[in-house]
Design a protein around this ligand. Structure first.
Ligand code: UTP
Length: 296
């Protein structure tokens, strides 16, 4: 087996406008909305760190400076917590904090599409494989989604895309892959990729759920700045071109994914993560039962 180059860097595209979440996202980036007590972006950065990522690259836009502040040290706050003896709170903050030099921020300048946002990270990624995590998608699983993907990548190399099943009638809303031969319990060869296939034409019911491991050759394809669906520069189009030269495997993610860029997904995430928290579970569960009983 050939030794694969390690996946050390992750790209987080956070330059989208979040129009589905207006008016909340008028002044606050959607990535800073909180699920229980942590901003959405923190869940995704934690998932990347658990998978061994050492460098966190954020592609930001206007109004997103607060994301940079969130990942910085807050000297006054840390001092106050220390003075008040709130050492658990301080420890938690410090554990979430990337180390000096582990973060980079670049601006997309214009929201020309996800593919364009990824291309903006080309100089920071350089010539090595990298992870791409869509921060809207928050995953819930004992083993992080990216951790499973990195394990698969070390076995088979190439490019890895995480997928999940959706009911067939919903496939037209997503990027969908075609399923080839199995390569492991969770992995299979991808033999087709389609962005938002018209009803009844999807090659499978496995949709791309927002986690990718990509080889750096994707950047020279994105360089052409070709636009696709919605007149945006699409990552799926670039991956299709890359698939002519390189292998793509699918990783079946077996946890829960919440699309926190949509109102329903965000509320489901809050309920589900709250129900997994020892400190608030019982109270939240009681309240939810009572609310549902009143409705029925
Ligand atoms: P979305 O289409 O979900 O993001 O893009 P959006 O445009 O912010 O959301 P709506 O539809 O208006 O509510 C998926 C991911 O790609 C990023 C977004 O920030 C999100 O994480 N993205 C999208 C960019 O960084 N730049 C873009 O030009 C487009």
């Amino acid at each position: 087996m050939t030794q694969q180059r390690r996946v050390r860097k992750a790209v987080f595209p956070v330059a989208g406008l979040g129009t589905r979440f207006l008016p909340a996202t008028k002044a606050i980036p959607k990535e800073m909305l909180t699920v229980v007590d942590k901003p959405v972006i923190q869940y995704v950065v934690d998932e990347a760190r658990a998978a061994g990522i050492e460098h966190f690259i954020f592609v930001t836009g206007r109004n997103k400076a607060v994301i940079e502040d969130h990942f910085d040290i807050q000297v006054e706050l840390y001092d106050t917590l220390r003075k008040r003896g709130k050492l658990d709170e301080l420890g938690n903050l410090q554990a979430m904090q990337p180390k000096p030099g582990q973060t980079s921020f670049t601006r997309q300048q214009e929201p020309l599409g996800l593919g364009h946002a990824v291309w903006c990270a080309r100089e920071l990624v350089g010539d090595e494989p990298f992870a791409l995590l869509l921060p809207d998608m928050v995953m819930q699983h004992d083993k992080g989604c990216l951790t499973g993907m990195v394990e698969q990548y070390h076995k088979v190399g190439g490019n890895v895309i995480s997928v999940e099943e959706v009911p067939e009638e919903e496939t037209h809303r997503y990027g969908v892959v075609g399923v080839g031969e199995d390569i492991s319990e969770d992995g299979f060869r991808i033999n087709a990729m389609v962005e938002k296939p018209p009803m009844g034409t999807a090659p499978s019911n496995y949709f791309i759920n927002g986690r990718y491991i990509l080889q750096p050759e994707i950047f020279s394809i994105l360089e052409t700045q070709e636009t696709g669906a919605g007149n945006e520069i699409q990552i799926t189009d670039a991956m299709l071109k890359l698939a002519e030269k390189q292998d793509f495997s699918g990783y079946r993610f077996r946890g829960n994914t919440f699309d926190c860029g949509s109102k329903e997904g965000f509320i489901r995430a809050n309920v589900s993560f709250a129900l997994k928290r020892d400190d608030i579970r019982v109270k939240v569960e009681d309240d939810l039962r009572r609310m549902l009983d009143t409705l029925l």
